[in-house]
Design a protein around this ligand. Structure first.
Ligand SMILES: *[C@@H]1O[C@H](CO)[C@@H](O)[C@H](O)[C@H]1NC(C)=O
Length: 129
């Protein structure tokens, strides 16, 4: 086997191992918000983070079909998340229905674009180390 070939093989094997085990160490882990229920008011999505450990660089995948649920990411400023008053502290709005949001260190808060759903409890805050 030539040197070039064995290099390729090494790269191939490391990519494969990365896919199996270690990508999350390198690239962050991806979570589907709400698991199979998604980003929706049909369950208590606020309790979904319980028991999970998030790190900066991890990715939250928000899945939804209703445009009312477009995701507003908030600047961390006390009170607005709790009050479902996102617009003064809106940082980003995601609208694809299959949104990937990279977590930053500290609290990361999200509410649906239509705040009437937020007022009924559809909101999410996760703390990333
Ligand atoms: C939803 O979960 C949050 C976080 O655990 C909790 O504070 C809240 O009371 C729950 N709401 C309902 C309606 O169960």
């Amino acid at each position: 086997m030539s040197i070039g070939m064995s290099k390729l093989l090494v790269i191939g094997i490391s990519l494969f191992v990365c896919l199996l085990f270690q990508c999350e160490e390198i690239y962050g882990k991806e979570y589907v918000v709400g698991d199979e229920k998604g980003w929706s008011p049909d369950h208590n999505v606020s309790s979904w983070p319980e028991g999970k450990k998030f790190k900066a660089g991890d990715v939250l995948n928000f899945k939804y079909t209703n445009p009312s649920f477009e995701v507003v990411a908030l600047i961390n400023y006390p009170g607005y998340y709790e009050a479902c008053d996102p617009y003064p502290v809106a940082k980003d709005i995601y609208t694809s229905g299959n949104d990937h949001v990279v977590l930053e260190k500290g609290p990361n808060a999200f509410v649906p674009f239509d705040i009437s759903y937020c007022k009924r409890g559809m909101k999410l805050q996760v703390e990333a180390d």
